[in-house]
Design a protein around this ligand. Structure first.
Ligand SMILES: Nc1ncnc2c1ncn2[C@@H]1O[C@H](COP(=O)(O)OP(=O)(O)OP(=O)(O)O)[C@@H](O)[C@H]1O
Length: 278
């Protein structure tokens, strides 16, 4: 996966990137290449700047320093092949938009739009994306009446319908039960295996995706560590990052973190959880 050895252009290239709000630096000096098909988990406590990094890659947030390149271009371009699963917000149960309409929104601004392919091709593409996430049975119902897990599958379809080469996911498992966590993470993993889509996956809990993760970017208080899960998720590396003693245990294929709980977010409820549709 080393950029120096790889002949393939990285899907994401970050060089000397820094982001500060006022006098608070979220992160700085960030260098990162994400290869096509790679699954990168982005971890860190609340407020460490995980979502802001995705927003910088989307062109929704300017950097204070450095540069980013995504899908071969600058962030924010209309034709960039970038899929985005935003952090879940409650969908108003009065919303009459149907699943097919929601997924169709993922084509707007892409080269697959009706201008190029006509309505028939567009409809087929939306139907295929919905089928791929197993949401066909409820895709014609108003989104607001679906369960959180059903809505989340449709969000995944919306992010994938434009055939992205990079997929940015912001806590896509939040509020899902274990079965749906597994279903959604397997969908995302299958996409990167079948289409070589690079996945940048923000999460406060690594275990549901641990078997898929190639590398971890762990952000804490302006510091970060990048490496394979075992290189980052260990007692020494995390204690150094947090600046306090953290115990990392591997039990039954899972990673458990103990220590200064106040410094960690892994075991704590997420502060957006209240806003999420059930
Ligand atoms: N436009 C902005 N102006 C000022 N501060 C901002 C802005 N955007 C984000 N912040 C602050 O930057 C910090 C990092 O926010 P961000 O949402 O990136 O964190 P996060 O790691 O994704 O957190 P969480 O796990 O809670 O979602 C927060 O303290 C937030 O208030």
């Amino acid at each position: 996966m080393s950029a120096a050895l790889s002949p393939v252009r990285p899907a994401v290239r970050v060089r000397g990137a820094g982001l500060a709000f006022g006098r608070r630096t979220l992160w700085s000096g960030l260098d990162l290449d994400v290869e096509p098909g790679e699954f990168l988990a982005i971890l860190g406590p609340n407020g460490s700047g995980k979502s802001s990094l995705l927003k910088a890659l989307l062109g929704m947030q300017g950097l204070s320093s450095g540069s980013v390149e995504i899908a071969g271009g600058r962030p924010g371009g209309a034709n960039r092949k970038v899929g985005y699963i935003p952090q879940q917000r409650a969908i108003d149960d009065a919303l009459t938009l149907r699943g097919v309409d929601l997924v169709g929104l993922g084509l707007d601004g892409h080269r697959w739009g009706p201008g190029l392919f006509g309505h028939g091709a567009r409809r087929r593409r939306v139907a295929e994306a919905i089928e791929a996430v197993g949401a066909t049975a409820y895709a014609r119902q108003p989104v607001g009446r679906l369960s959180g897990g059903e809505q989340q599958r449709l969000r995944v379809a919306q992010a994938l319908v434009g055939d992205p080469s990079v997929l940015l996911c912001d806590e896509p498992l939040l509020s899902l039960d274990l079965a749906h966590q597994r279903a959604v993470s397997e969908l995302i993993d299958r996409r990167r295996r079948e289409a070589d889509t690079a996945v940048l996956f923000v999460t406060h809990e690594i275990n549901p995706v641990l078997s898929f993760v190639d590398r971890v970017l762990y952000l804490v208080n302006g510091q970060f560590r990048i490496g394979k899960p075992d290189e980052v998720m260990n007692t020494e590396a995390l204690s150094e990052l947090y600046g306090t003693r953290i115990e990392v245990l591997r039990v039954g294929g899972q990673i458990h973190i103990a220590g200064a709980q106040s410094a960690l977010c892994e075991e704590e409820p997420h502060h957006h959880e209240q806003e999420v549709a059930g």
